[in-house]
Design a protein around this ligand. Sequence first.
Ligand code: PMP
Ligand code: GLN
Length: 385
Amino acid sequence: MTLVSKLPHIGTTIFTIMSKMATDEGAINLSQGFPGFGSDPVLLEMVAKYTKGGFNQYAPMSGIPALKDILAKKTGLTQGYFPNPETEVTIVSGATEAIFSAVTAVVRKGDEVLVLEPAYDSYEPAITLNGGIPVYVSLNSGDFSVDWQKVKDAISPKTRAIMVNSPHNPSGYVWTVEDVNQLADLVEKTGIYVISDEVYEHITFDGRVHLSLGAHPVLREKTFVCGSFGKTFHVTGWKIGYCIASEELSSEFRKIHQYVTFSTVTPIQYALAEYLEVPERYLSIPDFYQKKRDLFVKGLAKTEFEFTPSPGSFFQLVSYGHLSSVSDRLLAERMTRELKVACIPISVFYSDKKDDKIIRFCFAKEGVELEQALDRLKNLKKILR
Ligand code: PMP
Ligand code: GLN
């Protein structure tokens, strides 16, 4: 008997491949996106307190009330709208689960789902597994902003949903008010749902503000806002996130969540609920990351790469097409083996593996590690053959 794969084109993710290569080669790992520093010891103490305190059995399916309440308050403070914690906020096991469950809630066989690319790798399999058809729309080259005419042209009577992501992985592009309004105009009076990946909501630079789609009166009714505490509090391994959506959407979402994971890790929910009581703990994150981005781009300016400073997320893209025509995958491998700095080739974020000679670095690392990596990157020319 041969198992016919439901995902025949999917292999191991590039993040796993490059992180393993970095470890095998003893390279500085600026590939997979995860912080190279610890979380606030106060938060870690809180987790210890709740695990030792006996908060170790199943949490309620949609999350513990204290965490849903404080998350609704935080949304009010940062985005100016207050979702109903009881009916509109669901705690899940990472944004990946939120995205999967949201797609599963709305996408049926034969539905088309618009995906703006380059795109994060989990969107396509979530759509395909649900019988949906991804329809790709390229972001503008250069700044990776959205070409709204192209999005409009891609809409058909079969369009069921659109996946969006701001701040964007891999480019860092942060949506403007204009982008939000354009999307609202496009989907208003249609049956199109929006799955909004906002995991980098607290990582924006140079005074930019993150605009959650849930804050828009038209989009609120149609959008699943997917977030991740892993990104916000430097604990990607905890795999805990959330979905905010209208009561109608949340109720369908919860039916899926109930049978994907049922509920999410209990003591960490209690710890996060207490930790989130102090807004400064998330309001200080843009400044914290801005220092890292500034340090990184200052060093990059002394290398041969071309780039514009990332507007958001903890990623920085750089181009090397003016120096070499080597493929981005091969360059990433050579950089890991020979320069001992690992990165991610951007072609993997495109459905057709388009190679624009751009690679991605994650700068969520300690200053010394970034300095060391930057020092090595000055030798780029030596490996461009
Ligand atoms: N979306 C994007 C754009 C991401 O970069 C990530 C993080 N890897 C995720 C979703 C998944 O987040 P989580 O680890 O909470 O599942
Ligand atoms: N989101 C992370 C990145 O873009 C990776 C997460 C993962 O390995 N799946 O690097």
